[in-house]
Ligand binder design. Structure first.
Ligand SMILES: Cc1cc2nc3c(=O)[nH]c(=O)nc-3n(C[C@H](O)[C@H](O)[C@H](O)COP(=O)(O)OP(=O)(O)OC[C@H]3O[C@@H](n4cnc5c(N)ncnc54)[C@H](O)[C@@H]3O)c2cc1C
Length: 379
């Protein structure tokens, strides 16, 4: 245990596995600590192409169900369209995480099952405390999700996640076609529900701001009943989604945060896997460079990458979320009236258009006074 590792990764979800694999692939000695790898997580299992560039090529061999059709429902208003290129891929989240972990182990990452209690720097290294003993490393990647102990060290306090998510799965009921997803708006005050049918499974879920969380479980049960047609539910899980708020520190000294540990989740769609994998990859690369160059500020490039590539879009997603979740019927009716706006929105969901561009498209389609009320800043 007195070994000095090059890097310790706290949490072996998509963010941690991605960071661990990239570092071990370059010959670093990497230890990954996870409290219970392989535990099923609440997730819709929807991945977009944003994730593709950061994954090992074998991910295409996972059972991926491409999404070619999407419907949006808000009360009695329903709008839908097919797309030429898939909006994303539906996948069994458990299998996806297993695949990433297996890739990390194959690259030489060592693992220990242990719940990390705390992380702190001391004399040029970082100590990671667990009930099974302490571990030391030159650098630590905090990838422990919404309640990561690494985040407590970096921020000095515990951030509260803003959104609650519940998901469950059941055998595919009649009337659902694999790859035709439905987003259901206006079920609660600030969030949305979904039906994600893939192969022989239906994933049902809901996300909602924690301030409105009290009634969410009942709404989720209603969604399940609507879909299930008497079929037994295989599993249900709930979890916090720590969406972006723009104020979090990304690193402190030798500790860097990735994925949910630092709130890298799209505040409108709840997409987090792509950001977990890409931030893990970028933080891993930063540690490889820091160990080679032995320079002072190892994570300035990583911070810049997040600030330039992730945060600007999250800012626009936050603004749009306020509009779309507050007037879900108006928004859905507008897209019904303007199919080109719907087409743009679907491309956006697929990660091929930007939120900023979408805000500009919405502005073009609503009058001046309404536009100024909707968007305090020009896109
Ligand atoms: C209901 C719901 C639906 C979602 N649907 C989607 C979707 O369809 N598409 C999408 O892209 N995103 C979705 N997300 C978001 C996505 O699941 C997360 O953004 C993603 O899992 C983040 O990955 P991560 O590796 O940062 O964290 P996690 O996946 O949470 O992994 C963290 C790991 O750290 C471990 N850990 C935690 N604490 C400790 C500790 N103290 N010590 C040791 N180990 C620890 C855990 O066991 C876990 O393995 C959804 C989220 C929810 C809640």
């Amino acid at each position: 245990m007195d070994d000095l590792w090059d890097a310790i990764v706290v949490g072996l979800g998509p963010a941690g596995a991605s960071a661990a694999a990239v570092m071990a692939g370059e010959g670093l000695r990497v230890l990954a600590l996870d409290r219970g790898p392989g535990t099923r997580k609440a997730c819709g299992g929807c991945l977009t192409e944003k994730v593709a560039g950061y994954l090992p090529p074998g991910w295409r061999n996972l059972a991926l169900c491409p999404v070619y059709e999407a419907e949006i429902e808000a009360g009695e208003v329903i709008v839908g369209a097919e797309v030429q290129r898939p909006l994303g891929f539906l996948v069994d989240r458990g299998r996806f995480d297993d695949f990433l972990r297996a890739e990390a182990l194959e690259k030489g990452v060592e693992t220990v099952t242990a719940r990390v209690g705390s992380v702190a720097e001391e004399r040029g290294s970082v100590r990671v405390v667990t009930p099974r003993g302490d571990y030391r490393a030159r650098y630590v990647v905090g990838a422990g999700g919404a309640n990561c102990p690494g985040a407590r060290y970096v921020s000095g306090f515990r951030h509260r996640a803003k959104v609650v998510g519940i998901a469950g799965e059941l055998p595919l009921p009649d009337g659902f076609r694999p790859g035709r997803i439905r987003l259901i708006m206006g079920l609660t005050g600030y969030g949305y529900g979904w039906f994600f049918p893939r192969d022989d499974v239906l994933n049902v879920g809901i996300s909602e701001h924690r301030l409105n969380a009290r009634g969410v479980e009942a709404v989720f049960r209603g969604l399940l009943e609507r879909a299930a047609q008497g079929r037994a539910v295989t599993w249900v899980r709930s979890r916090l989604i720590p969406c972006y708020d723009g104020r979090r520190r990304l690193s402190r000294g030798r500790v860097v945060l990735v994925g949910d540990a630092v709130g890298l989740v799209d505040p409108l769609s709840g997409e987090g896997v792509a950001y977990a994998v890409s931030s893990g990859f970028m933080a891993g690369r930063a540690i490889i460079e820091a160990l080679g160059a032995r320079t002072g500020s190892p994570f300035s490039g990583y911070r810049l990458w997040v600030q330039e590539n992730v945060y600007p879009e999250f800012r626009w997603a936050s603004i749009l979320a306020r509009v779309i979740f507050r007037v879900p019927r108006g928004f859905t009716a507008l897209m019904k009236k303007r199919p080109e706006l719907l087409a743009y929105y679907l491309e956006l969901l697929g990660g091929r258009k930007t939120y900023r561009g979408f805000a500009a498209e919405v502005l073009k389609n609503v009058g001046g006074v309404a536009a100024r009320r909707l968007f305090p800043v020009a896109p």
